[in-house]
Design a protein around this ligand. Structure first.
Ligand SMILES: Cc1ncc(COP(=O)(O)O)c(C=O)c1O
Length: 405
C-alpha cells in the first residue's frame, strides 16, 4: 500500500510531535520470572476468523483490534489475522493504528474513535482510514491534505442511529454533506453506524437502527455521493442479524472466542488462557482465618494454596470468597480477599496438590481430577461485568505467550 506523504512537517500549522502508543510497556515472555502468564492460542484465533467469515456470508471482515486487541496483544494478533486473510482492521485510537502499521500490517486500518488531536498528518503518512462525524474534522483533514499536496484521502462518515455516543445525527447530515462537497481533498468512501442492542433477545432495536441507517444512506446518495463501504455489525449483529451484514462487518469479541450472547457463536474457541502456579501450601486448623480483613475462616482443617496473581494482574477483587480457579483439572474456591499480587485457594479436597501445580484462572484445564473451564462469562457474572472488560483487564504485568498448539 503506497505511503503518500511524510508525517506533518515542522512548518505545518498542524504539526505536532509524532503520536506514540501511550500504553506503558507490557511484560514480555523474556521478563517472566513469576509463573503467571496469559497464553494466546493463535490457532483458535484463526479458527474464529473462519467462523466469522462463514457467518458474514460474503461481507468483508474488518476485525476490531482496539485496546491492544482486547488484551491479547495487538501486533501478534494482527499479524496472525492478516496472514489468515482478514480484509481489514478497526481500532479506537490513532496511536493503536500507528502501532499496527509499525508492526508491518498492510490491510486497511479504520480509526474509529474520532479523536485525531492535531495529528492529521499521521492519517496521510500511514495510509489510515479516519472515521469523522463533524464539519471541523472534515475541514482539518482537508487542510492537511492541501498542506501535504497529497491525493484526496478517503474517509468513513459515522452516523448516530441511536447509540447516542459518536456520529452525526440525521439532522446534522446535510451540513456534513455540504462540507464534503466543498472539500475535494477528501472522499466519502464509507458510511458506518454502531448498534446498541445487538445482543438483546429482541432484535427490534437493531432493525430500527438499520432502518435509520438506510434512510441516512439514501440522503447521502441523493446528495450525489457514492460511498462504497457500508457497515454496522459488531459480533452479535453479524452472527444474528442477516440484515446488518452489509458490505463489511466489524467483529471484536467473537474473534477472541467469546460468544457475544447466548445462542450465538457456539462454535467459537476461547483464545486466551490465564494461568499461574501454586507457590506455597499451608495447613490451617479449624477456626483459623486468612487474608486481609480475615474475611474467610476455616470451618474444618484446610489445605490452602497461594497463587502469585492478584488484582494488579486483573484478577478482580469481587472474586474474593466467590470465584473458582482450576487445579489438577478440578475447581478450587478462592478464599479470603484477593490481594494485589497474591490469592489463596482452598485445595483441601484436591488430592496430591503440590507447589508448581498449574492454576488456571481463565480457560480450560485437564488433569488427574477431571476437566473443566472458567469462562470470561462466568467471571463477568461474578464481578458485575462483561466478558469484554474481563479480557481487557488482564494487566500489562502479565506477559502474553503466543502458542501454536
Ligand atoms: C464501533 C465498534 N464497532 C465494533 C465493535 C466490536 O464489538 P464486539 O466486540 O461486540 O464485536 C466495537 C466494540 O465495542 C465498536 O466500538
Amino acid at each position: 500500500m503506497a505511503v503518500k506523504t511524510q508525517p506533518a512537517q515542522p512548518g505545518s500549522p498542524l504539526a505536532t510531535p509524532l503520536p506514540r502508543v501511550l500504553r506503558p510497556r507490557r511484560a514480555t515472555p523474556a521478563d517472566a520470572v513469576r509463573p503467571t502468564r496469559a497464553e494466546v492460542n493463535l490457532a483458535a484465533l484463526r479458527h474464529n476468523l473462519r467462523v466469522v467469515q462463514r457467518a458474514a456470508q460474503g461481507a468483508r471482515v474488518w476485525g476490531v483490534l482496539k485496546a491492544d486487541a482486547y488484551g491479547h496483544g495487538a501486533p501478534a494478533v494482527a499479524r496472525t489475522l492478516e496472514r489468515a486473510g482478514i480484509d481489514g482492521m478497526c481500532v479506537a485510537l490513532l496511536e493503536e493504528a500507528i502501532e499496527l502499521r509499525d508492526a508491518g500490517i498492510r490491510v486497511p486500518l479504520l480509526v474509529m474513535g474520532g479523536y485525531y488531536g492535531q495529528a492529521w498528518g499521521e492519517i496521510l503518512a500511514r495510509d489510515l482510514v479516519p472515521v469523522v462525524y463533524d464539519v471541523g474534522q472534515i475541514e482539518a483533514l482537508a487542510r492537511e491534505v492541501r498542506f501535504a499536496s497529497s491525493e484526496p484521502v478517503g474517509l468513513h462518515l459515522k452516523i448516530d442511529t441511536g447509540m447516542g455516543r459518536l456520529g452525526c445525527t440525521p439532522a446534522e447530515l446535510p451540513a456534513l454533506l455540504a462540507a464534503l462537497g466543498r472539500h475535494p481533498e477528501v472522499r466519502l468512501d464509507g458510511l458506518m453506524t454502531h448498534l446498541a442492542c445487538a445482543d438483546a433477545t429482541d432484535l427490534g432495536a437493531v432493525d430500527e437502527q438499520l432502518a435509520r441507517f438506510t434512510e441516512a444512506t439514501r440522503v447521502v446518495r441523493e446528495a450525489g455521493f457514492d460511498p462504497k463501504v457500508l457497515h454496522a455489525a459488531n459480533s452479535a449483529a453479524l452472527l444474528r442479524s442477516p440484515g446488518s451484514r452489509l458490505d463489511v462487518v466489524r467483529p471484536g469479541i467473537a474473534l477472541f472466542g467469546v460468544a457475544p450472547c447466548e445462542g450465538a457463536g457456539i462454535e467459537l474457541r476461547p483464545v486466551m488462557k490465564v494461568r499461574s502456579e501454586v507457590v506455597a501450601l499451608r495447613d490451617l486448623v479449624a477456626g483459623e482465618s486468612l487474608g486481609y480483613g480475615w474475611t474467610w475462616r476455616a470451618e474444618r482443617p484446610s489445605r490452602i494454596a497461594t497463587v502469585p496473581m492478584g488484582y494488579a494482574d486483573g484478577l478482580h477483587r469481587d472474586l474474593s470468597n466467590r470465584g473458582d480457579v482450576l487445579v489438577r483439572g478440578r475447581r478450587a474456591r478462592i478464599v479470603g480477599a484477593v490481594s494485589m499480587d497474591l490469592t489463596m485457594i482452598d485445595v483441601t479436597d484436591h488430592e496430591g496438590v503440590s507447589v508448581r501445580d498449574e492454576v488456571v484462572v481463565l480457560g480450560q484445564q485437564e488433569g488427574p481430577l477431571g476437566r473443566d473451564a472458567i469462562t470470561a462469562l462466568e467471571i463477568a457474572g461474578l464481578t458485575s461485568s462483561i466478558p469484554w472488560e474481563v479480557l481487557t483487564h488482564v494487566s500489562r504485568r502479565v506477559p502474553r505467550f503466543y502458542r501454536e498448539p
